[in-house]
Design a binder for this molecule. Structure first.
Ligand SMILES: NC(=O)c1ccc[n+]([C@@H]2O[C@H](COP(=O)([O-])OP(=O)(O)OC[C@H]3O[C@@H](n4cnc5c(N)ncnc54)[C@H](OP(=O)(O)O)[C@@H]3O)[C@@H](O)[C@H]2O)c1
Length: 220
């Protein structure tokens, strides 16, 4: 049986999934101490403050041993284990290409929607990124084929998730609602076709660090 199509992101309480400029991740060495870069990193770390201490996340991103093993950790692990393939936008890939460890953290095929023609990017540990030039539906078909019985994760970023939401292609999503206010940045639902998308609450799980909210997506 085919799996679900879902996304799972961390969001600030005022609706942003990343600070405005992406300089923080890709700044050259000599700019790392610049105030704008430092501000970007500080905001990003605040948004993701719940996930960095988690044992599974730390091991998968080669951040070091140990870490928390409570409900947040289980949610990170469950999200990883249900995912048979991922789809992402080119800007998220560009950041990840620079920031992920050599053994990239997906360990499955990844389909990158982009206008750029490029050979597959193969990493040790089972992650291979394929570049798809003919649209989000083709990328999803390929991801479904690769995922088998498992689910397809639309990994991000905001622009790509929104295209899948507005095309009616998302079955379910989870937001880790972080106790932080951004004021500006990349807004998750900027441009959503609200007349088309209806939500059904599935689960709300507060932890000490964050609130995990899961919704099923229905057509209106
Ligand atoms: N908070 C979280 O949990 C979370 C999770 C994931 C990502 N993020 C953040 O999200 C940000 C990136 O998001 P973003 O919204 O800026 O960009 P994005 O969705 O990652 O990428 C957008 C790009 O993907 C390509 N693309 C998208 N749809 C396409 C289509 N139908 N056909 C061809 N190409 C297509 C285009 O690139 P080209 O035209 O250049 O090919 C487009 O500019 C990053 O800052 C990342 O950190 C946050």
């Amino acid at each position: 049986m085919a799996g679900k199509v879902f996304f799972s992101v961390s969001m600030s309480l005022d609706g942003f999934i990343a600070p405005e400029s992406m300089e923080g991740f890709i700044a050259p060495e000599e700019r790392r101490d610049a105030p704008d870069v430092q501000r970007w990193m500080a905001q990003w770390m605040e948004l993701q403050q719940w996930i960095f201490p988690q044992r599974f996340f730390r091991e998968n991103l080669k951040l070091g041993e140990g870490g928390e093993e409570g409900r947040d950790n289980e949610i990170v692990r469950e999200t990883f284990e249900r995912t048979g393939a991922s789809v992402m936008g080119k800007r998220m890939f560009d950041l990840g290409e620079k920031a992920w460890p050599e053994e990239a953290p997906f360990h499955t095929p990844v389909f990158v929607v982009t206008h750029e023609k490029r050979d597959p990017w193969e990493r040790p540990g089972g992650t291979t990124c394929h570049f798809v030039n003919d649209g989000i539906e083709t990328a999803l078909d390929q991801a479904r084929g690769a995922a088998g019985d498992r689910d397809v994760r639309i990994a991000g970023g905001g622009a790509t998730i929104l295209k899948y939401v507005n095309a009616g292609l998302i079955d379910e999503f989870t937001i880790a609602l972080s106790p932080v206010l951004f004021g500006s940045g990349i807004r998750l639902f900027e441009g959503v076709d609200a007349g088309r998308v209806a939500l059904e609450p599935v689960r709300a799980e507060p932890t000490q660090r964050v609130t995990h909210l899961t919704y099923a997506v229905r057509e209106r």
